[in-house]
Design a protein. Structure first.
Length: 262
């Protein structure tokens, strides 16, 4: 059971008890009689659950980074906040958009439900928008025939792998962010899976070329050679979007990470 569904069940149950207490139970109790424990707890927690449910469903939701695919932007153990209304208001549980507010932009860091298993939440950077022609050849990114500008800076030392990676500042649609390149990793994409609209992609030993279908997005990790992303499992449909990541609020292993990403 998902946490969102669990929260909804708590909301319905405590809300029903709260309403029952107002319109019937308290009128039948003897004067000065105490509330039963299940009524007391339900009435006390119902307002809190309402606030948490509304905040988490429509405003902001916390997530924890489980892997290193977005290093150096996001580290393993980062607790982040995700803006739930940046790309439209969606019904909780059903995840159906009811109010269109905005669309993802190139360079956004987006949380979404993994297309192969919607019970899993993934986080990657938006690289391709609907209709874009994405080329990733020899570890260089080109969008609609225009090479994405990159500037090399000092190498990055991965403390987990004790390995140096080439580090670049990439300018993706005006969003400047760091990416890592492993020169020892192959340029071709290994273990490509069969996915919806896979005929929109052409793979060879130098990389790939993909045309993003309508209402879909092409996602990539900033740790380019250590990320399973749209190059491997395909496009992310608009229906799978959860929200836009914008803030690190905690990392128990490195307190200096607070606010390092926005």
């Amino acid at each position: 059971m998902s946490f969102a569904l669990f929260l909804l069940i708590l909301l319905v149950v405590t809300g029903a008890v709260w309403l029952l207490e107002i319109i019937w139970l308290r009128k039948r109790r003897a004067a000065q009689a105490l509330q039963p424990w299940w009524v007391e707890y339900s009435v006390s927690f119902f307002p809190v659950i309402v606030v948490v449910f509304l905040l988490r469903s429509f405003i902001v939701e916390p997530f924890k980074i489980p892997s290193g695919s977005m290093i150096p932007t996001l580290h393993v153990g980062d607790f982040i906040l995700v803006n739930k209304f940046a790309y439209g208001i969606r019904l909780p549980i059903l995840d159906r958009k009811i109010i269109a507010i905005g669309n993802p932009h190139r360079g956004d860091v987006m949380v979404f439900r993994y297309p192969d298993d919607p019970s899993l939440d993934y986080i990657k950077r938006v690289v391709g928008l609907p209709g874009d022609r994405i080329e990733y050849r020899d570890k260089r990114l080109t969008i609609n025939g225009q090479p994405v500008p990159v500037r090399q800076i000092d190498d990055y030392l991965s403390k987990e792998r004790m390995q140096f990676y080439k580090r670049y500042v990439e300018n993706l649609g005006g969003v400047k962010h760091e990416i890592l390149i492993d020169e020892n990793a192959p340029a071709f994409v290994p273990q490509v899976r069969k996915f919806l609209f896979s005929n929109n992609c052409n793979y060879n030993r130098d990389g790939l070329v993909c045309t993003v279908p309508p209402e879909h997005y092409f996602m990539m990790g900033d740790n380019r050679d250590n990320s399973s992303d749209s190059r491997v499992w395909g496009f992310v449909p608009d229906a799978n979007i959860i929200g836009k990541a914008f803030f690190i609020w905690l990392n128990l292993g490195d307190l200096s990470r607070f606010g390092a990403f926005h």
